[in-house]
Design a protein around this ligand. Structure first.
Ligand code: NAP
Ligand code: F7E
Length: 343
């Protein structure tokens, strides 16, 4: 029998990859989106799947709307990927972020409990909950220490997800995913900010260096297309659980810049300290990166490194795309877009 899945955050990076994968598995996919003044379906159209998805209006702050979507479809699986997902913005909009990323998840859980308790629920949790990491590497048992309103709101949602499993016997999963990127990453996130800017620099469409904040930060970066497989796997087990998903390797922003620069034919070296630091192509002397202290965060997550042994053992998974391949995939895609004038 055809299974039905609701995906919230369908217009985002992960929404597109997950929808594509579920369609390939024969699912009926319900895309839960919020109405906007401009078209937000660009990623789904680029994936070539927009016409295969049934869309339903869905706003995380509107409980009645959530109840209607759940009672209408009573889905086999519900993937909650919707969120105010930008950590930097969460310092400027802490109340909104907490409502959407924390309370919004409680609305969904409560609606499932009331109207569709058989639905299996996936919550998009995050390595930002580890924040000021209390252990290296971070695993399911590592104590949490979030460093942003985003991380704190997601932690509330994580515990609600756990609590509704323990209290009401719902099948709920919390996927603690470390950073995952792709050519569909939002352009405000550091990886895509770099690849989209470098694509324009490479083609000579602009001259200004890419302005960045803290270059020391280190992240465990994986590929979004790999990670959505795990979201699905988590919902196919005997019971719901919490899993860390990561590559087990960590790289600095500088290393990401260097790797992306290689595809553009640049050999980037870093000169100067703190706000005076620049990234320069050794051969031409061209300045490609500049630090702007305005982009520093009020509290930073300096380093994340995950241990996904549990997912490997229980879900039989290892990440496929490696760091260098990911960097190349992202810059190649942005160069093509910039050439076509769609970046
Ligand atoms: P994304 O590209 O920023 O997408 C976020 C999605 O949420 C968009 O579809 C957005 O819709 C929707 N949304 C935002 N506020 C909403 C609201 N109030 N009501 C309904 N929909 C709303 O995020 P992503 O990278 O795909 O990440 C997916 C999920 O995983 C997020 O929950 C994120 O916090 C979490 N996560 C991401 C990572 C990562 O590295 N990517 C790691 C761990 C966890 P619009 O298009 O209308 O804005
Ligand atoms: O920052 C530093 C910044 O915004 C990464 C989200 O998907 O992953 C993401 O959150 C690092 C930080 O991602 C700039 O200070 C330097 O240390 O790309 P980001 P994030 O904050 O790690 C987690 C797992 C999520 O759950 C989130 O939803 O890069 N950085 N200079 C910069 N970051 C940005 N955005 N822009 C800069 O100019």
């Amino acid at each position: 029998m055809t299974k039905t899945a609701i995906i919230t955050g369908i217009t985002g990076q992960d929404g597109g990859y997950l929808a594509k994968m579920l369609l390939e598995k024969g699912y009926k996919v319900i895309g839960a989106y919020r109405r906007g003044a401009t078209d937000t379906f660009g990623k789904l159209k680029e994936h070539g799947i927009f016409n295969q998805i049934e869309m339903v209006e869905f706003e995380l702050l509107e409980f009645t709307n959530i109840c209607r979507a759940i009672t209408k479809y009573k889905p086999d699986e519900f993937y909650n990927l919707a969120a105010q997902s930008f950590v930097g913005l969460s310092f400027e909009e802490p109340i909104y972020t907490t409502q959407v990323d924390g309370i919004g998840v409680l609305y969904i859980l409560e609606a499932l409990r009331q109207f569709s308790p058989e639905t299996r629920f996936y919550q998009a949790s995050t390595s930002e909950m580890f924040g000021f990491a209390q252990e290296v590497p971070q695993r399911e048992t590592t104590p949490f220490y979030p460093r942003s309103p985003y991380g704190i709101a997601k932690l509330m949602a994580h515990w609600m997800t756990t609590n509704y499993r323990e209290s009401f016997n719902l099948y709920t999963c919390s996927g603690i995913l470390f950073n995952h990127e792709s050519p569909f990453r939002g352009r405000e996130f550091v990886t895509r900010k770099i690849t989209s800017h470098f694509a324009h620099l490479f083609l000579g469409q602009i001259d200004e260096p890419c302005e960045l904040g803290n270059l020391n930060a280190k992240r465990d970066w994986g590929f979004a297309g790999d990670y959505v497989e795990l979201m699905w796997e988590m919902l196919q087990q005997k019971k719901g659980d919490t899993y860390v998903i990561s590559t087990g390797k960590t790289y600095s922003i500088r290393e990401f810049i260097f790797e992306v620069g290689k595809t553009c034919g640049w050999d980037i070296e870093f000169k100067g300290e703190s706000e005076h630091e620049i990234g320069v192509d050794k051969k031409s002397g061209r300045i490609l990166v500049r630090v702007n202290p305005k982009l520093y965060r009020p509290a930073e997550v300096e380093q994340l490194l995950g241990d996904s042994s549990k997912a490997k053992e229980k879900l039989g998974w290892t990440p496929k795309v490696k760091f260098a391949e990911l960097c190349k995939m992202m810059i190649d895609a942005d160069i093509v877009r910039a050439e076509q004038g769609v970046l």
